[in-house]
Structures are given as C-alpha cells and as structure tokens.
Design a protein around this ligand. Structure first.
Ligand code: R5P
Length: 292
C-alpha cells in the first residue's frame, strides 16, 4: 500500500483543459490497439513516420552470404544507426546483444533455401516472438506462386491473428516468384493482398509507377534494397521510394555489402529522415567513408 502520511490532496484536475487525444500518424494504423501502435512507434520514428530497417535475415535462405558471415562483426556495429533490425531468432539469440535496444522485426517464417527457391514455408511459434520482445513479426507472402500462394497467405493471416492477440504488428514481405513480372501492377496486387489480410506494414520492391503501389496500399510500405548496386544508385533508390510515398526501407545488402557500411547506413538514414537528395547523400557517404 502507498504510504498515506503527508498525503497530497488531489487538486490538479485541469478543469477547462480538454484531455488531449493524440492522433496516430502512421497510415492506416489509427484504429490499432495501443500495444501495436507502441511497437510501430518504436520502428517508425513518430516525428516523421519513417524508418530505416536494417535487414540481415538473408542467412535463413542464403546461408552466410557476403556481409553476414559474421553478424557480430558486420551488423552489430551498425545497429546504432538503424531504427530497427530485421533478423531471425537464431541470429538474435546468438549474436545480437540483449543490451541492444534497437527494435527487432523478427523473421517469423521459414522453410525455403536458395538451393530450392520458394518452398512450403511455415511460421514459427509466435510465443517465441513474445519471448524475444519482438517489435514486429515478418512473414513472406508469395502472390502469384501457384503452389505456395495460399499457404503463404495463410501464414500471414495466422500470424496477424496471433499478433493482434498480443499486440505485435506484422509485416507482410512480398516474395516475387521468378515467373512474375516485377511491375507496378504486380506490386499493387501483392501489397494490397498483404494489407487486406491484415499486415500492418508491407515490404516490397521499388518499381516504375511505385506511387500507385503506395497509393492503393492502405498501410505503410517499406522497400527492400535488392541486390548490391553502386552506392549512389542505392541512395537514389531510397530517395525515389521515399519521394513516391514509401515509409522507409528495409535494406540489407546495399548496406552491409557496401565498401563502407557505416557510412552507407548513415547516408541512407539521412535520405529517409532528413530528406537528403541522392547527390547530397552520396557526398555524405563519401565524406564519412573518407573520415573513417
Ligand atoms: C526477404 O524475404 C528478406 O527479408 C530479405 O532478406 C531482404 O529483403 C533482403 O534485403 P535486401 O534486398 O535489401 O538485401
């Protein structure tokens, strides 16, 4: 029981000052429950509604690809510049220090490897995401894949059900089958299907006509960086995506495979949060790389 000695009589009622109802800035997220919003606010900076997610979940499909051979050496030093880290539970437990407070978007499905391409993915037990204090769960959805479309959509809505129960947002990750054309028409379809099935965020790829993809997706979109391209081009990709309405990036290889990953992630962050133009961001990258 609180100590009742020197009890201070209640008097600060603020009569005449209406209670403030703070709006929720993220697109399509105003009606979500408090826990989901709070977790999203850890990932998306409430000041601008944008995020720089650092993706390093590649190993669960690709094994120790370039840049993630030693996540303790290559990724952990970059976490200070990221708004969120996207990784698997194996990497999280083994390599990410629990003292690090960067929010985690937990890769929550598995079953595919680069050797066999798309496969019969299943989702992890969402209780493990709770144990790991995940800020979000990410699940792949393969729209247009005749064998695994239904399975992966089921994975998404199952994860959304559990996420809603425990207040954990879910990111739908659009996996594009090799036979699909990577155009705005396809990405409008894939992202909208993710959102309609309950994804709170959708991860997809930038394409010509991206503004139409963003416009008809009712929740925030972040883009993957894709395969490694020159730094200037990757910064331009991030810039164009933001300019066309993306809420951020979930970028991996174009950060950790850069010659100067720390410089690169800071330059990408400046595009996202400070609206730097591609040339300005590239200059920043070069300056930081030279100062190293
Ligand atoms: C996609 O399913 C995974 O999240 C990838 O590991 C991620 O999209 C790769 O990021 P990036 O294309 O920027 O390397």
């Amino acid at each position: 029981m609180p100590d009742m000695d020197n009890f201070k009589e209640a008097a600060a009622f603020g009569v005449g000052t209406p209670q403030t109802t703070v709006g929720y800035p993220l697109k399509g997220c105003a009606s979500l429950d408090w826990g989901v919003k709070n977790r999203l606010a850890r990932i998306f900076d409430p000041a601008d509604g944008r995020t720089l997610m650092l993706a390093c979940d590649h190993g669960f499909i690709m094994g120790p690809t370039g840049g993630v051979e030693r996540i303790d050496l290559s990724i952990v030093p970059l976490l200070q510049y990221a708004d969120c880290v996207m990784c698997t539970r194996g990497v999280l437990r083994a390599l990410i220090p629990p003292t690090d407070t960067t929010p985690v978007c937990l890769r929550s499905d598995a079953g595919t490897s680069v050797v066999t391409e798309l496969n019969d993915n299943v989702v992890i037990d969402p209780e493990d995401a709770i144990r790991l204090n995940a800020a979000a769960m990410a699940v792949m959805v393969a729209v247009g894949d005749s064998r695994f479309e239904a399975k992966t959509i089921a994975n998404l809505y199952h994860t959304v059900d559990i996420g809603a129960r425990y207040g954990i947002p879910v990111m739908g990750v659009t996996a594009v089958g090799k036979q699909m054309t990577r155009d705005a028409r396809y990405f409008r379809l894939a992202t909208r299907i993710c959102a309609e099935n309950g994804a709170n965020v959708v991860k997809t790829y930038y394409t010509e006509g991206f503004e139409t993809v963003v416009a008809c997706c009712p929740v925030p979109i972040v883009i993957a960086g894709g395969k490694k391209i020159p730094e200037r081009d990757a910064l331009e990709l991030a810039y164009k995506a933001i300019n066309d309405g993306a809420a951020g990036v979930d970028m991996g290889r174009n950060v950790f495979q850069s010659e100067h990953p720390a410089a690169m992630i800071q330059a990408v962050s400046a595009v996202i949060h400070k609206n730097l133009k591609p040339d300005e961001a590239y200059q920043m990258y070069q300056d930081l790389a030279a100062a190293k």
